[in-house]
Design a protein around this ligand. Structure first.
Ligand code: MG
Length: 397
């Protein structure tokens, strides 16, 4: 038995602030259309696919579907989704007994949902994937230009339609004919219903959502994980050295360490905060502490480096990153910092906004060698790992 899948990818994505139609937007380097197409090509019972897209995209899409693993025909769509699906239906081969329709903008459709919908259509003639309403459903009526609740609709009877929608060929043919006769609907099921066909409801999947907004796209990229945007890991390093002089406090990670000498510097000379800040900024390719807080700027004279660290973490967060962990080595001849490590970790963790379990601090000496070994300077190294938590790059780039 032949089953043809129609994938509707002819929209212009008017609801999205992007010049690229949403079906061509990428999640982890793969377009919504490609993801939807591969989902269907992974189901053995799908024999072939008709992709309907914008006339100006037919050539590009045809090239991109060459490796789909199924015969794929790419056809130009019409002015509306309904007209596009009708145009695609005209290109369904004569031997297709069942036809499925799916929106390219639902890239997370699972094989299970496709199989369930097809099974129900084979049994009942027509079926759609849908999810039961989980929230209380209100019908609205406008009053004075503002929406008010007109009534509460019993939730038990409410389902939100998704795609795929599957039809015995003659049922979809009648629906398409009705549409060509002037009936208007937002999905093929509605047209089939108008012809009198009974349409089965099949359990859809909340993850099979339609990507219609920037938020949906960000969520998609987070879900896809490991892609070029969300889930991406970034490592950064920091190194610093400060002279030690008498009469200065010795601050390490915001903790005052009893010592007869402290680090010389423009700010509070907290070397641990400096290396962690550099590592965090470096991982995000966001410059370094000197660029953000130049020592030529009076604002940072005696500034709390812990505050600068906190600000830097806020900056990389605004770029879409979250801190995974930080590891610091402090090279200091004396005093020994072993007894202060717990306090330093606690202080850094608070500034970084992460658990102490993700902040490591180690004390080293320089074995009496060089300036650090002679107690004339303190040095420190840090590594920070960041993870991209959400994409910030302009959509469609
Ligand atoms: Mg410094």
């Amino acid at each position: 038995m032949q089953v043809t899948a129609i994938i509707a990818a002819a929209g212009d994505g008017r609801r999205m602030a992007s010049s690229v139609p949403k079906q061509f937007l990428e999640i982890g380097g793969v377009s919504l259309l490609q993801r939807s197409l591969s989902a269907f090509c992974r189901v053995p019972r799908i024999t072939d696919v008709v992709v309907v897209t914008r006339a100006d995209a037919v050539a590009d899409v045809s090239r991109s579907v060459e490796t789909a693993g199924r015969p794929v025909v790419v056809v130009p769509g019409g002015a509306t989704r309904q007209a596009s699906v009708a145009a695609a239906f005209d290109c369904v081969g004569p031997d297709a007994a069942y036809v499925m329709v799916h929106d390219a903008a639902r890239p997370f459709v699972s094989a299970a949902v496709i199989e369930r919908t097809l099974d129900a259509a084979i049994e009942s003639g027509a079926a759609i994937a849908a999810v039961a309403a989980r929230d209380t459903v209100k019908q609205a009526a406008s009053s004075g230009g503002r929406p008010f609740v007109a009534r509460t609709i019993p939730r038990e009877d409410v389902y939100l339609a998704q795609t795929p929608q599957a039809f015995r060929r003659d049922i979809l043919a009648a629906a398409v004919l009705l549409g060509r006769g002037g009936a208007v609907a937002t999905d093929e099921s509605a047209l089939a219903e108008l012809t009198g066909a009974r349409v089965r409801l099949v359990e859809g999947d909340p993850l099979n959502f339609k990507v219609t907004s920037e938020t949906d796209l960000a969520l998609s990229r987070a879900l896809a994980g490991g892609g070029e945007r969300t889930g991406e890991m970034r490592a950064g390093t920091g190194y610093d050295l400060h002279r030690l002089v008498e009469g200065r406090p010795l601050l390490l990670g915001g903790v005052a360490i009893p010592s007869d000498r402290g680090a010389l510097g423009h700010s509070d000379a907290d070397i641990v905060c400096h290396v962690v800040t550099d590592a965090v900024l470096g991982a995000a390719c966001a410059g370094d502490i000197g660029r953000h807080y130049p020592d030529t700027d009076a604002r940072w004279k005696d500034a709390s480096s812990l505050v600068l660290l906190r600000e830097s973490v806020g900056h990389v967060r605004s770029l879409g990153f979250e801190v995974v962990n930080v590891d610091v080595s402090v090279v200091l001849e004396r005093p020994k910092i072993a007894g202060h490590i717990a306090a330093i970790r606690r202080s850094l963790a608070a500034a970084l906004g992460i658990d102490e379990g993700r902040v490591s601090v180690k004390g080293k000496t320089n074995e009496g060698l060089d300036a650090v070994g002679r107690g004339e300077a303190v040095a420190a190294h840090a590594v920070a790992l960041l993870r991209r938590a959400f994409p910030l790059a302009p959509v469609g780039r």
